[in-house]
Design a binder for this molecule. Sequence first.
Ligand code: COA
Length: 163
Amino acid sequence: MNKIAVYPGSFDPITNGHLDIILRTSNIFDKVIVAVLENPDKKSHLFTAEERVNLIKKVTSNIPNIEVESFEGLLVNYVKKKNSSVIIRGLRAISDFEYEFQMTLMNRNLNPDIETFFMMTKTDYSYLSSSVIKQVAHFGGGIKGLVPDAIIDDIYNKIKESN
Ligand code: COA
C-alpha cells in the first residue's frame, strides 16, 4: 500500500527548517504532499498561496516523491481527499507543544482515522520561523543558511515590492 503523508503549514515563506522536515519525511513515506494553507486568519501574508506553492516547488524539484499544492478548509477533509491518513508536523521547542497538542486532538475528534506524526526539527533551525525570516530580511539582515539559497532573492524582492 502506498503511504502518503501530508505536511501542512503556511510556509510564508518556506525555511530550511521546513525543508529539513520535508526531506526527512520523504525518506520514510512513499509520497509527501506539502499542503499550503490559504489561511484567512493570517492576513499579513507576504506571499500569495500560489507564490508560496511555487517557492516550495522550486526548492523541492530534486525530490521525486514530493507534491506541493494549496488547500482551503479543514485539514482532515483535505487529507482524506488525498487518500492519506497521516499528518506531519514539526516540533521546534516545548512552546510548540500546547498548540500542536490542541490541533492534534481537534483533528482526531474530527476524524479519528487520521494520525499526526511529529518530527523534531533539526536543532540548527529550532529558533526559526517564517516571521523571523521576514523581519530580518525587511531590515536588510542576512538570511543565508536560514532559507534555501534559491529563494533568497525572491524574499528580498517581494519585501521591496510590498514596501
Ligand atoms: N522550521 C521552521 N519554522 C517552522 C517549522 C520548522 N520546522 N515548523 C513550524 N515553523 C513555523 C512556521 O514558519 C510558522 O511561523 P510564523 O508563525 O512565523 O509564520 C509557525 O511555525 C507555525 O506555522 P505552520 O507550521 O505553518 O502552522 P500554521 O499554524 O500556520 O498552520 C495548519 C497550521 C495549516 C496545520 C492549521 O492551521 C490547519 O490545519 N488549518 C486548517 C483549518 C483546520 O483544519 N483547523 C482545525 C484544526 S485545529
